[in-house]
Design a protein around this ligand. Structure first.
Ligand SMILES: CC(C)(COP(=O)(O)OP(=O)(O)OC[C@H]1O[C@@H](n2cnc3c(N)ncnc32)[C@H](O)[C@@H]1OP(=O)(O)O)[C@@H](O)C(=O)NCCC(=O)NCCS
Length: 160
């Protein structure tokens, strides 16, 4: 059953939370969308920063994966439990991705969006940077998208 109370967003700090995020991804990408399991969980999970949305009952109902590559943060594995969609959880996780990119002083965020989700990313400031293509191993059309990261203003030095 869906709980209408707000979810909490946080970064994964424990192995059990990462496992729950991976289980959500398997439900969404493999069971719902037919992506092969061997493509879904890869060795990048160990080095990535994972954002999660946690329901009041403690279940992970949203996730996002962020990988730093030079001055780019690669966004991926954005998934929200089917019962929790359409209430801004993915958009809130994308806001956190911008904050993370500012923290690591990245210059841009990049992602391969499922074409059907491109409007979600456009609303979050991303622009298409490629023609549509089929992601290897799936027949889901994707498109590359990117957005600039505006650095946070440096804090003023405290007056003495
Ligand atoms: C795409 C997805 C992450 C959006 O999560 P969300 O928390 O519902 O998103 P938000 O509420 O912040 O934004 C709404 C957008 O999500 C999508 N959405 C909203 N409700 C939805 C629903 N019940 N079912 C499917 N998609 C929905 C729409 O694209 C919507 O954009 P639109 O208003 O232009 O149609 C989520 O639907 C999902 O997990 N889908 C399956 C996995 C997937 O496609 N991931 C994206 C990979 S690039």
């Amino acid at each position: 059953m869906t709980d209408d109370r707000p979810v909490t967003l946080r970064w994964v700090t424990q192995a059990a939370e990462l496992r729950q995020a991976q289980e959500l991804r398997i439900r969404v990408f493999c069971d719902e969308q037919g992506v092969p399991r061997e493509l879904e969980v890869d060795d990048q999970d160990a080095v990535a920063r994972h954002g999660i949305a946690v329901a009041p009952d403690g279940r992970v109902v949203g996730t996002i994966r962020l990988i730093v590559r030079g001055t780019t943060v690669k966004v991926g594995r954005v998934a929200v439990d089917a019962a929790y969609r359409g209430r801004g959880i993915a958009s809130a996780l994308l806001d956190r991705a911008v904050e993370y990119a500012q923290d690591v002083r990245a210059e841009e965020l990049r992602l391969a969006a499922q074409l059907s989700a491109a409007s979600l990313y456009e609303r979050a400031g991303y622009r298409r940077t490629s023609e549509p293509f089929d992601e290897p191993g799936t027949d889901i059309p994707h498109v590359w998208m990117a957005r600039e990261v505006v650095p946070r203003r440096p804090r003023r030095a405290a007056r003495r």
